[in-house]
Design a protein around this ligand. Structure first.
Ligand code: HEC
Length: 277
């Protein structure tokens, strides 16, 4: 009976949320936080940055022991080396960012008026390369884009997520991202929201499912302590689980999704390059 009740509440919430064209992003976020608060009354918002680990003390203590001597330190060091190596023209990545990149990742993705596009932190890295006469990195190349962001995003550790939506055009990108998050796709007829809202805290196969709030604060992650995943690569793996052909990493569809998704984590601090199962 209780289960049926929860399912009905979930369905009502999803229907209201996905149809609610007129909610502002602030209301969307607040509605979602209220929903999770009812579902997980003893969890503080700060805990959501742990993803699925927030549901298991055992998993969390394993996380802490792995993070103490992280097996992926060397990858982050290599990322730092790329960041600190001058381009052929003698300039550096840091020259492309205010404050040498410190705190910058927290402001991405952002809406660029001139391009009428969502620009992710990774796109800004590529823009920097191209402006300095270098070749851009492939968005799903873990050896370049992956490891450089494992370092460059760390420069924003502790900074609160600050995704800004301050124009009609930016709002329309946000709405596209939101629509994608709630869109049912593939043979299984699932949306991102089916798992990360309705089923957050439940199991999918042998994995506990994380809530959507907090999701974007830790990327890239090292799955199994070893395999680097950028946020878009993680989106792609979930799309495969939905039996959908994944959208392109670095493309506008996933960038708009990231814009909506990151706004949900506004005010939560970044902490990059962490261990995940
Ligand atoms: C069938 C259920 C399911 C669907 C649908 C799904 N995911 Fe996931 N997702 C998972 C599971 C299971 C994990 C691994 C455990 C966890 O971290 O939640 C995961 C992990 C993630 C993570 C990493 C969280 C972390 O802390 O490392 C992100 C981000 C994510 N999903 C986003 C999405 C997005 C965006 C969509 C829609 C394109 C989506 N997921 C669709 C089940 C799903």
């Amino acid at each position: 009976m209780i289960k049926v009740f929860i399912v009905v509440i979930n369905l009502l919430f999803l229907a209201a949320q996905s149809a609610a064209e007129n909610f502002t992003p602030f209301q969307d976020r607040q509605n979602l936080l209220n929903f999770y608060k009812k579902k997980f009354p003893d969890k503080k918002i700060a805990e959501y940055t742990y993803g699925a680990l927030m549901f298991s003390e055992d998993a969390k203590s394993q996380y802490y022991s792995i993070m103490q001597f992280a097996p992926f330190e060397e990858d982050i060091d290599n990322g730092q080396r790329i960041w600190e190596t001058p381009f052929t023209n003698g300039k550096y990545f840091a020259d492309c960012f205010p404050a040498n990149g410190v705190g910058e990742a927290a402001k991405y993705p952002l809406y660029d008026k001139n391009l009428d596009k969502i620009v992710t932190f990774e796109m800004k890295i590529n823009d920097c390369l191209e402006k300095n006469g270098e070749h851009p990195f492939a968005h799903d190349d873990v050896k370049t884009m992956g490891i450089i962001t494992s370092y460059a995003r760390k420069l924003s550790d502790g900074f609160p997520t600050k995704v800004v939506i301050n124009s009609k055009a930016a709002l329309s990108k946000y709405k596209k991202g939101k629509e994608l998050f709630f869109r049912r796709m593939g043979q299984l007829n699932l949306s991102c929201a089916s798992c990360h809202i309705s089923h957050a805290g439940n199991y999918f196969r042998d994995e506990l499912i994380s809530p959507a709030v907090g999701h974007t604060t830790n990327f890239p992650v090292f799955r199994g302590g070893e395999f680097l995943f950028t946020l878009h690569m993680r989106y792609q793996r979930c799309m495969e689980a939905m039996r959908v052909k994944p959208f392109r990493a670095g493309g506008q569809k996933l960038s708009e999704l990231e814009f909506f998704h990151s706004f949900l984590s506004n005010d939560l601090p970044l902490h990059s390059s962490v261990y995940r199962k």
